[in-house]
Design a protein around this ligand. Structure first.
Ligand SMILES: O=c1ccn([C@@H]2O[C@H](COP(=O)(O)OP(=O)(O)O[C@H]3O[C@@H](CO)[C@H](O)[C@H]3O)[C@@H](O)[C@H]2O)c(=O)[nH]1
Ligand SMILES: [Mn+2]
Length: 359
């Protein structure tokens, strides 16, 4: 175990409360390297592409694996809301989980090291982010005041120091950054080597590009809004799955009084997907994001929408009303958003306190 962070590994925080969701169209060999950190947790693997292919799960892991046939069987006609041939299929795993927290990771991500050379325990850091409050109403210039060795700075109103519950923890990536195809094309050799030791709350009213590569969230607070859209085969757009989920989930968090943190932990992203293929998949999204972002920036949810599921249904109506003029695709997406919520509610019948209401 030389080189491993034994203390953190032994901790395996909240192992009964966390599911790890992995979408894959490749192989799960990357899990070999993660074993010391992830072996204590339950995996939900969403196998994309040809369901007749048998994928090998490295030994020692406790897991459930779903392919397209399983998704069709479990969701019936609503299965159409789950993307095919796009990493967005991962949200099926969010729906079938019964745990409080989800950590989702791509199959080309590996354990990263901090500047001291210590291997980073991603789950421990995400759980720390999620279990401590966020501060979306006023920025703390020393970043997350709930980290060890820091606090609220002078001039921070005491009335705001309680913060709000954290719903989303967005981790980052060393090595291959999460660039769009045009940026990948002009900077093919760019690597992220900068480890920034900071976690911060994204302010209320500010949107961000959420990446699904290294992401954790509290599914009791925000699960129904973590829909990764309708992308991939048969759709005019791909690779905006996490963006759509991130914009929607952020406006829902802002409305319900939950927070979103970004920064730590890092993973090591090893494989650049092909920028020419990505350009083909993304090009409509590159245009549409100029309309989608203002749409999310300007919408106001009603006070009747006091749970993530209700907010999401209201959002589906707004999507149909406002974005269909951009492209008829958005009508299909809006219907898929409704199907997603119906399927979520069927698989996750509301019990008191589960469908968390706004404060
Ligand atoms: O058709 C597919 C394609 C991919 N997957 C699985 O999804 C993740 C991410 O795929 P990939 O590594 O190819 O994507 P990147 O360009 O590196 O990553 C970013 O693009 C996002 C948009 O989808 C993604 O979330 C980002 O992290 C891997 O596990 C693939 O196996 C798939 O299931 N189906
Ligand atoms: Mn990748």
């Amino acid at each position: 175990m030389a080189g491993y962070n034994l203390e953190a590994i032994e901790a395996a925080p909240l192992k009964e409360d966390v599911d790890i969701v992995i979408p894959t169209i490749r192989s799960l060999d990357f899990l070999e390297q993660w074993r010391p950190f992830l072996k204590h947790y339950h995996l939900i693997i969403v196998q994309d592409g040809d369901p007749s292919i048998n994928i090998r799960v490295p030994e020692g892991y406790d897991y459930e694996l779903y392919n397209r046939n399983d998704i069709n069987r479990i969701l019936g006609p609503r299965a159409n809301c789950i993307s095919y041939k796009d990493g967005g299929c991962r949200c099926f795993g969010f729906m079938v989980s019964k745990k409080k927290y989800i950590y989702t990771i791509d199959d080309d991500c590996f354990v990263a090291k901090d500047p001291s050379g210590k291997e980073i325990n991603v789950i421990a850091q995400h759980i720390k982010n999620l279990e401590t409050p966020s501060t979306p109403h006023y920025f703390n210039t020393l970043y997350d005041p709930f980290r060890d060795g820091t606090d609220f700075v002078r001039g921070y109103p005491f009335s705001l120091r309680e913060g709000v519950p954290t719903a989303i923890s967005h981790g980052l990536w060393l090595n291959i950054p999460d660039y769009d195809a045009p940026t990948q094309l002009v900077k093919p050799r760019e690597r992220n080597i900068r480890y920034v030791d900071a976690v911060m709350t994204i302010p209320k009213g500010v949107l961000y590009p959420m990446c699904g590569m290294n992401l954790a969230f509290n599914r009791e607070l925000i699960g129904p809004a973590m829909y990764f859209g309708l992308m991939g085969e048969g759709q005019p757009i791909s690779r905006y799955d996490d963006m759509w989920a991130g914009w929607a989930a952020k406006v829902v968090c802002d409305h319900l009084g939950f927070g979103v943190k970004t920064g730590l932990p890092y993973v090591w992203h090893s494989k650049a997907s092909n920028p020419f293929v990505n350009l083909k998949k993304e090009h409509k999204g590159l245009h549409w994001q100029e309309e989608m972002v203002p749409f999310f920036q300007n919408l106001r949810l009603s006070k009747e929408s006091d749970t993530a599921a209700k907010c999401y249904l209201e959002l589906s109506k707004m999507t149909k009303e406002k974005l269909t003029e951009v492209d008829p695709y958005f009508e299909k997406l809006a219907d898929a958003m409704v199907a997603w919520i119906e399927a979520w509610e069927e698989l996750n019948p509301a019990v008191d306190g589960k469908d968390v209401k706004a404060k």
